[in-house]
Design a protein around this ligand. Structure first.
Ligand code: TPP
Length: 609
């Protein structure tokens, strides 16, 4: 019988002696699940031991455990009563790939976006302290997420949170190699020779002391502060912020972590435990290439190879084309917020290191940095996933638009993204951009249109966004107008006009190809601002159905309908867009759920003709 078969809640960990064997079982389970469902493999493998220690010490429900990003919570889910459902992870109606309060009391929040954990924890901590509630609030945050400005806003306010414990999981990786001064600071702590020696001293002492938290505490406390700082090279940052600092601790040594966590449990001040782990631990391929296995689709466990042939994606095209453009234009400057690979910028980074910056998980900074670059004379291009751009709303308005600066946003993952779930869907960028004055936004449906959009953006003096979907292009009709106009009408039918843009234009185009006598089609390329001529011509139609793969409020459809009213449109206007958060499922299931796939479009059209 597996050890896992005897664990139904963290309580059951009390009876388990061979925790290393449990870690091994968890690893095997996680590798198996992710190989079938895809997911965040290397992050999860790295925290198996830390999760066991965490739940062994803080598994009671009176404690609140908050995972930053939450992508590394698979072992946590298995050990908190969700073992039987783990094979449904990231699938429609199955477990989420992040923490999710709808699934379990052990999950305090829905997670997905990085850097918010300390602030969330401080809120819970404040309530607990004021209402004299027992229990600790524990944050689990990676060194990558510590590149988020938001995390420091939290740390800056944490000094009186006496029930707060932060576990800093330092694996020196974000998705790719971590960047910036904080990362260098942590690396200095880790690699310092004194640390290596000290680690052994600490380990020896920890091993000698049978569960005597007090003695360990004394050991740490009684060391002269100066000596301790010298030994650990640490006191400065976290201690000056008001934390009691323990570390660095080997994050794969369950017993060492349990002991230090028990000490932290007794502290009456904020504590930061710095653990050092290996991303991808225990699976050869993930250890060698932790970035490839950070977020991965289905793969063969034996070879580590993807099970699906990788098709060219919009991100690939963007990255390649930007390299072409930069080879002729030294003023092009590309920025990523910790997503070089995902946004297709890895090659650019290698070829044009002086025209590239990975700023860490710092989307707000990235936009304002771009504004500064533009003010200095560069043509900055910030490549960012739609959902992470949400972090930069004020910067778009205050630091770019209000200053009349020209920057370019390359908005990747616009629209549904599938299995990553609610936090990651690219459905809000259009609503956001519709609130930014003087911005131009193109929504290409196909690879060549993406290139033309980028050309237009670079040639113009406008603040421009180009938004494009995850993955590859869909059906591309051969009758498509080769010019990338602001808009194009197709067909003669005056009864039904279908309007759409972006990826789902392909579904509408297929329908038009089959039923060109029954419908006409309007393809929008420039979605912000809307072209008046498109509105004026649309007045001629009796029924307009606007299909939009974006959130409905402040959508292009809403703007279009509003403009039609201004132009005295007398027909029927039917917007079909996303009206809620989007749960994890395949992208095709999501399109279907929100009635934006071929069949749903067809059904809607049939209601009318
Ligand atoms: C605001 C935001 N930007 C980008 C991401 C994408 N992202 C997910 S995990 C991750 C790296 C996190 O690194 P770390 O916190 O060190 O965790 P690790 O995976 O290394 O354990 C990034 C950039 C995100 N989730 N949220």
């Amino acid at each position: 019988m597996k050890i896992l078969d005897s664990i139904f809640s963290p309580e059951d960990l009390k009876n388990i002696n061979n925790l290393e064997a449990l870690a091994q079982e968890l690893r095997t389970e996680i590798i198996s699940v992710v190989s079938q469902n895809g997911g965040h493999l290397s992050s999860n493998l790295g925290v198996v031991e830390a999760t066991i220690a965490l739940l062994k010490v803080f598994g009671e429900k009176k404690n609140s455990i908050i995972w930053d990003v939450g992508h590394q919570c698979y072992a946590y889910k298995i050990l908190t009563g969700r073992k039987d459902k783990i094979y449904s992870i990231r699938q429609k109606s199955g477990l989420s790939g992040f923490t999710n309060y709808e699934e379990s009391d052990y999950d305090k929040f829905k997670s997905g976006h990085s850097g918010n954990s300390v602030s969330l924890a401080l809120g819970i901590s404040e309530f607990k302290l004021n209402f004299k509630q027992d229990g600790k609030v524990i944050v689990f945050i990676g060194d990558g997420s510590m590149t988020c400005g938001l995390a420091y806003e939290g740390l800056n306010n944490a000094s009186s949170a006496n029930n707060l414990i932060i576990i800093l999981n330092d694996n020196s990786m974000s998705i790719s190699k971590n960047v910036g001064a904080i990362s260098k600071y942590l690396s200095k702590i880790r690699t310092n020779n004194i640390y290596l020696n000290t680690k052994n001293i600490v380990k020896k002492i920890l091993n000698k002391i049978p569960n005597s938290g007090k003695k360990i505490d004394n050991f740490f406390s009684n060391l002269n502060i100066k000596l301790r700082n010298l030994l650990f090279q640490t006191g400065s940052l976290f201690e000056n912020l008001g934390f009691k600092y323990y570390g660095p601790i080997d994050g794969h040594d369950i017993h060492a972590m349990i002991k230090v966590m028990n000490v932290a449990k007794k502290c009456n001040k904020p504590v930061l435990i710095h653990i050092v782990t290996k991303k991808g631990k225990g699976y050869k391929f993930a250890e060698i290439k932790p970035d490839k296995f950070h977020g991965i689709s289905r793969f063969d466990i034996k070879t580590g190879d993807y099970l699906k042939n990788k098709q060219k994606t919009f991100s690939d095209i963007f990255g390649e084309y930007l390299c072409d453009l930069a080879s002729k234009n030294q003023k092009i400057y590309a920025i990523t917020a910790a997503m070089s690979d995902g946004t297709g910028l890895s090659e650019f980074a290698k070829k044009f290191p002086k025209q590239f910056k990975d700023v860490g998980i710092a989307e707000s900074h990235a936009v304002t940095f771009a504004a500064g670059l533009a003010a200095g004379g560069y043509t900055p291009i910030f490549a960012v996933y739609s959902s992470f751009l949400q972090r930069s709303f004020d910067q778009l308005i205050h630091d770019v638009s209000m200053q009349k600066l020209k920057i370019i946003l390359a908005i990747d993952r616009a629209g549904f993204v599938g299995e990553d779930g609610e936090s990651h869907q690219g459905i809000f960028d259009v609503s956001i951009l519709n609130s930014v004055p003087n911005i131009v936004c193109y929504s290409p449906s196909f690879f060549d249109e993406l290139k033309i959009s980028l050309d237009l953006a670079i040639k113009s003096n406008n603040f421009t966004a180009v938004r494009y979907p995850k993955g590859t292009e869909f059906f591309k009709p051969d009758w498509l107008n080769k010019n990338f106009n602001n808009f194009d009408f197709y067909g003669e039918n005056k009864n039904i006009l279908i309007i759409t843009y972006g990826r789902i234009f392909s579904c509408a185009a297929k329908i038009f190809q089959e039923f060109s006598d029954k419908i006409s089609l309007l393809k929008l390329n420039k979605i912000i601002p809307l072209d008046n001529q498109a509105i004026i011509k649309s007045r001629e139609y009796k029924n307009i159905i606007f299909f939009e793969e974006s959130y409905i409020n402040n959508s292009v459809a809403e703007k279009f309908g509003f403009e039609l009213l201004k132009y005295n449109f007398k027909g029927k206007f039917m917007p079909i867009a996303v009206n809620n958060f989007v749960k994890h499922a395949t992208m095709f299931e999501q399109l279907k759920e929100f009635k934006l796939d071929y069949d749903s479009m067809m059904e809607k059209i049939k209601e009318i003709y």
